[in-house]
Design a protein around this ligand. Structure first.
Ligand code: AMP
Length: 295
C-alpha cells in the first residue's frame, strides 16, 4: 500500500486490499465500492460522492477489463488517465483505490467465467457477444477483492446493473451474495449527452451530433407521458429522431420492460426502459431513460 500525492491509498494486490478492508472493519467502518475502468468523469464522481456519504471506507477500482471487450473493440485504445483519476477520486471522497494488474485479476488466465442468463441475451448482449460474461466475471472478482457492503453503479449502463443484480442473487460466494447493489442516475453534459469515458473519441462534429440520443429519449418520454401506449409508435419516434443524423448508424432504439429488457407485445409495460445504442464514426454510444406509464 502506498500513499499518493492525493492521499487516496493505492492498493495494487488483493492481499493489500484485504489488509486495508480488514483493518477498516476492525475499526467499525463499512465499505462502499465503485468499480470503474478509469478515465473518470463527473458521472463516476457522483457514485463516489454518494458512497462517501454512506461509508467511511470508499474504494474505487480502476481496471480496464480485457475480457469484456470483443476482439474488434477498443481495449487497446481505451483512455487511461490514472493521475487525473486520483484527483477526481480524492475530491469526490474516496479513501482507497484498487489498481490491480491484469495478472493480479487473472493469475491463471481466464480459466473460468460466469455466465448470467435471462437479461444478457438482448440489446448489448446481442450486439457484444461475451461482453456480460466478462463483466460478471470481473465484478465477482472485484467484489472478492474489495469485500464491499455496498457497490455503486450508474443507470447509464442499465443492462449491466441488471446483470450484476442477477449475479449477486445467483452467487453462492458470500463476498458477492452479501453486497448491496445501488444504482444511481446518469450524469449528463449541459446539452444532455450522457457522460462517458468514450466521449473523448468523438470529433467536434460527432460530439455535437451525439446529443441526438438524448433528444430521441426525451421525445419518446414525452410521447409516453402524453398517453401513447404503442411500443412500435414510440420506437418509431426514436428511430425517426436518430435517423436525421447522417453519420450515425443505429444499433437499436427500443421501448422495453425495465426489468426484463423485453417487450413482446405492442402494448407498453408499466415501467419502461427506453434504450438506444448507435455508432457515430468509430464510437459506440449507449443511453437510456426509465419512464413510468401514466395510465
Ligand atoms: P465505466 O468506467 O464506464 O465502466 O463505468 C463505471 C461505473 O460508472 C459504471 O457503474 C457506470 O454505469 C458508471 N457511469 C458511467 N457513466 C456514468 C454517468 N454518465 N452517470 C452516472 N454513472 C456513470
Amino acid at each position: 500500500m502506498s500513499p499518493t500525492p492525493t492521499s487516496v491509498v493505492i492498493c495494487r494486490t488483493v492481499a493489500e486490499m484485504h489488509q486495508a478492508v480488514f483493518q477498516a472493519r476492525s475499526n467499525g467502518h463499512t465499505i462502499g465500492c465503485i468499480p470503474t475502468m478509469g478515465s473518470l468523469h463527473q458521472g463516476h464522481a457522483s457514485l463516489v460522492r454518494v458512497a462517501a456519504e454512506r461509508h467511511n471506507f470508499v474504494v474505487a477500482s480502476i481496471f480496464v477489463n480485457p475480457t469484456q471487450f470483443g476482439p474488434s473493440e477498443d481495449f487497446e485504445r481505451y483512455p487511461r488517465n490514472v493521475k487525473s483519476d486520483l484527483v477526481i477520486l480524492q475530491q469526490a471522497g474516496a479513501t482507497h483505490v484498487f489498481l490491480p494488474s491484469i495478472q493480479e485479476m487473472y493469475p491463471v488466465g481466464v480459466a473460468s467465467t460466469i455466465h448470467i442468463t435471462g437479461v444478457t441475451e438482448v440489446l448489448e448482449g446481442a450486439s457484444r457477444p461475451n461482453h456480460f460474461e466478462g463483466v460478471a466475471t470481473v465484478v465477482a472478482r472485484l467484489f472478492q477483492a474489495m469485500l464491499p457492503d455496498e457497490a455503486f453503479f450508474g443507470q447509464k449502463d442499465l443492462q449491466q446493473t441488471l446483470v450484476i443484480k442477477a449475479l449477486v442473487a445467483a452467487s453462492s460466494d458470500n463476498a458477492v451474495a452479501r453486497t448491496k447493489i445501488t444504482v444511481l442516475p446518469t450524469v449528463r453534459e449541459h446539452d444532455g449527452l450522457a457522460m462517458s469515458s468514450r466521449n473523448v473519441y468523438l470529433s467536434a462534429e460527432h460530439r455535437q451530433q451525439a446529443t441526438v440520443l438524448y433528444r430521441a429519449l426525451v421525445s419518446a418520454r414525452n410521447m409516453i407521458s402524453a398517453g401513447e401506449t404503442s411500443r412500435i409508435a414510440v420506437e418509431q419516434e426514436m428511430l425517426g429522431t436518430l435517423s436525421k443524423v447522417g453519420d450515425l448508424t443505429i444499433d437499436y432504439a427500443v421501448a422495453v420492460d425495465a426489468d426484463t429488457l423485453r417487450c413482446p407485445t405492442d402494448d407498453l409495460p408499466h415501467t419502461i426502459a427506453l434504450c438506444v445504442a448507435v455508432r457515430l464514426g468509430n464510437t459506440r454510444l449507449i443511453d437510456n431513460m426509465l419512464v413510468e406509464h401514466p395510465r
